[in-house]
Design a protein around this ligand. Structure first.
Ligand code: IMP
Ligand code: MG
Length: 192
């Protein structure tokens, strides 16, 4: 990767809109492995179905599932939440439903980021209606102090300040998902 000369960890191609790295690739890898080890221990007797929410959780899911030393199944949902570009409204539309049946299985939702918590709240109710054995959540990022609903998150990667972030799967208008770290999004420049 080509880093900028100031060493902020922002690749050249993203410099115009993306701020310095908030969680770099090394810290992500360490934490994802810790989460994987914890999940391995907790579900040793009955491996879960991992359900990732596309597209934001794509990189997290691919790293997390390889950090779990159990025969887990993986499945994907895609949801679109109505709202502005950087805030969700809590009204969620299922764009791609699950392929797997949930009844009698432990489900572990793999989420990229919890902001208001409204999307997760909706998903939880939706999944519970399919009578799984349990539904727990593994969220890579949680924004400090932003939650508008009570959350019960079994696994959390990092708590971050309430800023809009991109990278490691997270986007703004579909861009910057392929940054290796999580960065604060600054918006279109000019910045100097
Ligand atoms: P919530 O319903 O407000 O918790 O928003 C959750 C969803 O909005 C996440 O799963 C993301 O897809 C998206 N989102 C929230 N905050 C950010 C962010 O800072 N960057 C990119 N996507 C975000
Ligand atoms: Mg998401």
């Amino acid at each position: 990767m080509t880093l900028d000369e100031l060493g902020t960890g922002v690749p050249r191609w993203a410099e115009a809109e993306v701020g310095p790295v908030l969680v770099d690739a090394g810290r992500l890898a360490v934490r994802v492995n810790e989460l994987g080890a914890q999940i391995t221990a907790d579900y040793a007797d009955d491996p879960p179905l991992l359900v990732a929410v596309l597209k934001g959780a794509m990189l997290f899911m691919s790293d997390l599932c390889r950090a779990i030393a159990l025969p887990v199944d993986v499945d994907f949902m895609a949801v679109s939440s109505y709202g502005s570009a950087t805030k969700t409204s809590g009204v969620v539309r299922i764009v791609k439903d699950l392929d797997a049946e949930l009844d009698g299985r432990h489900v572990l939702v793999v989420e990229d980021i919890i902001d208001s918590g409204l999307t997760l709240n909706y998903l939880r109710r939706y999944l519970h209606a399919r009578e799984p054995k349990s539904v727990e959540v593994c969220a890579l990022l949680v924004k400090e102090g932003e939650q508008r609903v009570e959350l019960d998150l079994r696994y959390v990667g990092f708590t971050i300040p309430p800023e809009f972030v991109v990278g490691y799967g997270l986007d703004v208008a579909e861009r910057y998902r392929n940054l290796s770290g999580v960065h604060v999004y600054r918006g279109p420049g000019p910045w100097q």
